[in-house]
Design a protein around this ligand. Sequence first.
Ligand SMILES: O=c1[nH]c(=O)n([C@H]2C[C@H](O)[C@@H](COP(=O)(O)O)O2)cc1CO
Length: 186
Amino acid sequence: MTHTLCPWLWRPKLNASAQALTVVHYQFVIILGVVFSQNKKAMHIYFCGSIRGGRQDVGIYQKIVRKLQTYGEVLTEHVSHSDLSERGEDGVQVEKFIHDRDVEWLQMCDVVIAEVTQPSLGVGYELGRARDMHKKILCLFRPSSGKSLSAMIRGADDGSLFQVRDYKEDEVEGLLDEYFKGHSKV
Ligand SMILES: O=c1[nH]c(=O)n([C@H]2C[C@H](O)[C@@H](COP(=O)(O)O)O2)cc1CO
């Protein structure tokens, strides 16, 4: 029986119980391998940052995206590209393409990280959609900008799925480490 199922395990010198033990051992190793490879599956991270709302914070977006890339795949890496201007992405029928692609990415992501200091209609829309999808959301705001965050963002903080944190630029990496410590596999 054993040699029919697993010919490479068939060792005529082993008695039946030793063969059964070997099979159980190999099954255990296979199960461990499957569990381990699932845990290693990259987390999908959706990063939101202003584009047409103004690109003055692109340097901070780059810092955030670099850090996020140590935790998983950032689906919207383009938001942090310094050559992406306030005009946004170009192309044929680009508006519908961008909207539909980004909503699909929101659906597939494990977590949404948004830099919300520079107000942006697109980021506000993404956050509303993500909240309705019950995604884990972290919004980052810099009070040193002198701006006041919309109540529709700050007021959405429920201390759990939707969180808003005030931060200083030099704290952002530590803050993300702290956040992902609690959400290492979403
Ligand atoms: O070209 C684009 N590509 C793109 O992915 N977006 C998405 C991602 C950003 O998090 C968000 C920015 O919105 P807005 O452009 O309204 O600031 O919208 C927005 C634009 C332009 O509106």
